[in-house]
Structures are given as structure tokens and as C-alpha cells.
Design a protein around this ligand. Sequence first.
Ligand code: NAP
Length: 236
Amino acid sequence: MNSSPLADRTLLVTGASSGIGRALCEKLVDRGANVLGAGRDPARMPEGVHGLRVDLTKREEIHSLFQQLGRVDALVNCAGIAYLSRIIDGNPTDWEEMWRVNVMALSICCQLALRHFPARGGRIVNVSSMSGHRVPPTGGFYAPTKFAVRGITEALRLELKAIGSPVQAACVSPGFVDTPLLDNYFRGREDVLQETRQTMTMLKPEDVADAILTILEAPAHVEIGDILLRSADQRA
Ligand SMILES: NC(=O)c1ccc[n+]([C@@H]2O[C@H](COP(=O)([O-])OP(=O)(O)OC[C@H]3O[C@@H](n4cnc5c(N)ncnc54)[C@H](OP(=O)(O)O)[C@@H]3O)[C@@H](O)[C@H]2O)c1
């Protein structure tokens, strides 16, 4: 018998094709949840996930995605991009893509998902980062997008309280997680990534998925605001 409170619940996960989102989807399927994965390539999503094609840089595609949906009990915004792109000389085209996916798409998904929650409420979990708590020297434009995720989640939480909504909003804020995202973040500095991998046991996507599950499976009277987690080997 599946004892998870998520059994038979419907959860929408963005970024379901890779990394943290993919690991989370696998765990949700194991728990007997009805998992809707949103992303550009449903074929790359794990078995048992109902894949929905969407390019999150395109606002009209996000609206079309939600038009297909019925009840949603939880939304987890995992999709994100991390280009190494400094303020002093980074390419604004990279900034724009990061802003669209990490901030705009996440916010629009939050807004649209609210129309699909049942009267008993549900949960929204947004993946921020330790780079949303302090700016690393190489954080560039990525770190501010993750500060924005925390700000948006707190604004949403307060707005939901103000209207008496039972929907909860939370963040998770991981340090380095060994996923393909790091290949972008370390592009041109592959030696640094290799050294980081050799000297540090990074978080695995499953570790972050477990933190998200802690939020999703908490009793309804427990509202978790943010979970900060980093590898025990990561100093800052
Ligand atoms: N890895 C880390 O060290 C780390 C640390 C802290 C926070 N985070 C955050 O964790 C979240 C997940 O990242 P990850 O590490 O799991 O990276 P990942 O393995 O690269 O996964 C990123 C996901 O975002 C999706 N995505 C990107 N652009 C998209 C678009 N335009 N439309 C639809 N989907 C799009 C990707 O889909 P495609 O397969 O279609 O590209 C992929 O499924 C991100 O928000 C990231 O900022 C990561």
C-alpha cells in the first residue's frame, strides 16, 4: 500500500527532462502520484510521467499548456538555466533567456496554476539556489534571477495569506548539484568544473528532490518557507 499523501495527487513539474526535476518525477511516480512533466522534450522524461511539451521562453505556449490541465494539487518549478554571464561583459541575450525561464515563466506558472488548485489548496515549490541567498563572485546575472525567485515566492505567499487561500508557497535553495546545468555555468572553465567534481562530493539531484518532497509531504498545518542545502564539502 502506498502511504504517501501524494498518492493519487496530480503534480505539475517543470524541467522534468533533466536533473532535479527528473529525479523528483521519478520519486513522485514511485509514490503513486499522477505526474505531469512540462518541458521541451517529453521523450526525455522518466517513465510514468505524462509529458507536456512547452518552451518556457514563450508565454503563449505556457498559456496553452495550462489550458490542457484539469485539477492540479501541486506545482514544482524546477526548470532553469545558468549561463556564466557577468554584468560587466556578459551577453544580454543570455540574460534575457535566463530571465524568461528562471523568473517570468516561473511567475506565470505560479499565477496560472492557482486557477487549477482544488478548494482544499495545495503547494507551489520554486527552485531557487544558494545563489539566491548570496552572490558568488561568478554569479553574474544568474544569481539575481535566483534572488528574484525568492522574492516572488515570498510575495506570492503573502498575497495568498491576504486572500485567505489555503495554497502554500515555498522555495528550495541548493548549492552545487551535479547536473547538466553546471556544463553551461562552467562553459570555458571546464578545468574548474573538473577540479570541483574531484574535490567535492556535490549534491545529487535526488538529494534536492528529497528536500522538495519534505515540503510537498508536510502536514497541511506545516508551512515550510525555504530549505537551504549544500554539499558538506561546499564552504560558501
Ligand atoms: N545544478 C545546480 O548546481 C543548481 C544549484 C542550485 C539551483 N539549481 C536550480 O535547479 C533547477 C534545476 O536545475 P538542474 O540543475 O536540474 O538543471 P538541468 O539538469 O539542466 O535541468 C534544467 C531543466 O530546465 C529545463 N528548461 C530549460 N530551458 C527551458 C525552456 N526554455 N523551456 C522548457 N524547459 C526548459 C530543461 O529542459 P531541456 O531538457 O528541454 O533543456 C531541464 O529539464 C534550476 O532552476 C536551477 O537554477 C541548480
